[in-house]
Design a binder for this molecule. Structure first.
Ligand code: MLT
Length: 202
């Protein structure tokens, strides 16, 4: 068996880039399957459940307070997620996925990209924030990343999102950063922009 609780939806369209779906705090492995199907109809969907519980709510890594991460735990869990992705690729015979992460799921995805830039083909990071106070050196080699921020996000200040954008660019991502007139929640605009970006980029 694979090392994380997850759901896997096999591809029905050949050649469609698989999506790695990473839910937000309190979500689970079923949460983003609908979004994944809308973003790339027929693509394989790999959707793990975060292995940390915070007051009963699944997350992908521990935090000390809102927006204050346990960086040692984040490092370990991000690398575990990378290992899971590799296992799942072998097991299901699928290609390297593009991550689609929301909030806590976006944060673990950007941490994984910084710690091991080879694991993901690219990423859609929705309401992500800077994962590490001091980012490691990394080279994403031109991997495509879409960062969707909320201009009125109470959890991720716009300057924090801008800092993450800079770090990803300096780390070699081909980054598209859009700041939407919205808060922390995921909405229709995210879907529309992400779908177009995905179709144009992969
Ligand atoms: C996090 O803990 O990753 C961020 O605060 C986002 C969240 O999950 O609320």
């Amino acid at each position: 068996d694979l090392s994380m609780i997850h759901r896997f939806i096999p591809a029905t369209v050949e050649g469609a880039t698989p999506l790695l779906l990473l839910h937000g705090t309190g979500g689970d492995e079923s949460d983003l399957l609908g979004l994944g199907g809308l973003l790339s109809p027929g693509a394989a969907l790999l959707s793990p459940r975060g292995q940390v519980l915070e007051n009963g709510m699944p997350r992908f890594f521990r935090r000390l307070a809102e927006g204050v991460f346990d960086e040692a735990d984040l490092r370990q869990r991000a690398l575990e997620l990378g290992a899971f992705v590799e296992e799942a690729q072998e097991h299901h015979g699928m290609a390297r996925p593009v991550a689609v992460g929301f909030s806590n799921g976006a944060n673990v995805a950007s941490a994984l990209m910084m710690l091991d830039p080879t694991k993901l083909a690219g990423a859609i990071l929705i309401r992500a924030m800077v994962p590490f106070a001091e980012p490691p050196a990394f080279d994403l080699g031109g991997a495509q990343v879409l960062l969707l921020s909320g201009g009125m996000d109470p959890i991720v200040p716009t300057d924090n999102a801008a800092r993450l954008a800079r770090q990803l660019q300096e780390g070699g991502a081909r980054l598209t950063h859009e700041v939407l007139p919205t808060g922390h929640g995921l909405g229709q605009m995210d879907l529309v922009i992400a779908r177009e970006w995905l179709a144009a980029s992969f």
